[in-house]
Design a protein around this ligand. Structure first.
Ligand code: GDP
Ligand code: MG
Length: 325
């Protein structure tokens, strides 16, 4: 593989080269990872130029439908739009992948768009750094907006806040009155809230939910001092509110920039990505190490049977890593 050629093709904006480049950074093979590292070094000076926007929310809320509506709106305005879909909850089912393909038909057909569904192989906790690399590659390819779709369950909205400039949380009508516990934590990492499906007979419900979130939003700290988290109603299906949503995203990013926090946020994200990558590389090294492999079955048996504590067994395995082999 000619990595220099691939880098040049990506920078030229060749979408097939971009797709191949993302496949390369997602590969778990050692030689691919070496090539991927070189590729990223080559394109890094071309990165940083996109608006990085996360669309998070529960399954079925309408994220893909919204991205189709928003993406087409942006493409019509002359933007080049890349879409990355991350689905950490079901890496193997491909359910979201099918949904995304059918829901983004018009965007998919646009020459100014690039859509990448979630990686289909089951990667062991490995999505975060690779998603970041995929995002950087999209920027290098000249996309001015990168939209990242992710299911908002558990850890994933934390991951999305580590990846983008602005997190949009998409919620269904109803449920605005119960804002304790996990939902609260989720809201605190959100920059813009949109209540979707504000159409037909649910329009009234959506307006009520919006009011509930609006009063709740006053209670938590925004990512930019003085910037109140906007709460809007949208209909991804008929397009109502999509323009206002994009205005809110731009306003958030502008506020971030004006406060000098955009660079800071991105620098902190890059640092966390470093530690993520170090953890994963160490883990891969550990698993591949012959002495560790030899000791692993007994260690697992002992821990499962309660003969050894997990902490003690981990120390034994780690001590093997520093031995030769
Ligand atoms: N009525 C209505 N239905 C919507 C809207 N947005 C999405 N849907 C429907 O909700 C379902 C799930 O949409 P999808 O975009 O796949 O949700 P995702 O899982 O969050 O990506 C589909 O049947 C959509 O047609 C909307 O604004 N209004
Ligand atoms: Mg989807």
């Amino acid at each position: 593989m000619n990595v220099d050629q691939l880098a040049a093709d990506v920078v030229r904006g060749d979408r097939r080269a971009l797709a191949r480049a993302i496949t390369l950074v997602e590969s778990a093979r050692e030689d691919d990872q070496q090539a991927a590292a070189r590729l990223l070094e080559l394109v890094l000076p071309r990165t940083g130029g996109a608006m990085r926007v996360g669309i998070s929310g529960p399954p079925g809320v309408g994220k893909s439908t919204l991205i189709e509506a928003l993406g087409c709106h942006l493409v019509d305005r002359g933007e080049r739009v890349a879409v990355l879909a991350i689905d950490p909850s079901s890496p193997t089912t491909g359910g979201s992948l099918l949904g995304d393909k059918t829901r983004m038909e018009r965007l998919q057909a646009s020459e100014r768009a690039f859509i990448r569904p979630s990686p289909s192989s089951g990667m062991l906790g490995g999505t975060a750094p690779r998603s970041r690399d995929a995002l950087l590659l999209c920027e290098a390819a000249g996309f001015s907006v990168v939209l990242v779709e992710t299911v908002g369950v558990g850890q994933s909205e934390i991951a999305i806040a580590d990846l983008v400039d602005t997190v949009v949380l998409l919620l269904p009508p109803g449920g605005g009155d119960e804002l304790q516990g996990h939902k609260r934590g989720l809201l605190e990492r959100t920059d813009v809230i949109a209540v979707n499906k504000a159409d037909g007979e649910r329009a009234g419900d959506a307006a009520q939910t919006r009011a509930d979130y609006q009063s709740a939003a006053r209670l938590f700290a925004a990512s930019v001092p003085g910037f109140a988290v906007p709460v809007l109603c949208v209909s991804a299906l008929d397009g109502t509110g999509v323009t206002s949503l994009w205005d809110a995203v731009r306003a958030h990013r502008q506020a971030l920039f004006d406060a000098g926090l955009l660079e800071q946020r991105r620098a902190a994200q890059a640092e966390r990505a470093l530690w993520h990558a170090v953890e994963q590389a160490l883990l891969a090294q550990l698993r591949a190490h012959a002495d560790v492999q030899a000791a692993l079955p007994a260690a697992v048996d002992d821990v499962r049977a309660g003969r050894t504590s997990a902490t003690a067994a981990a120390r034994v395995l780690l001590s093997r890593l520093s031995s030769r082999g």
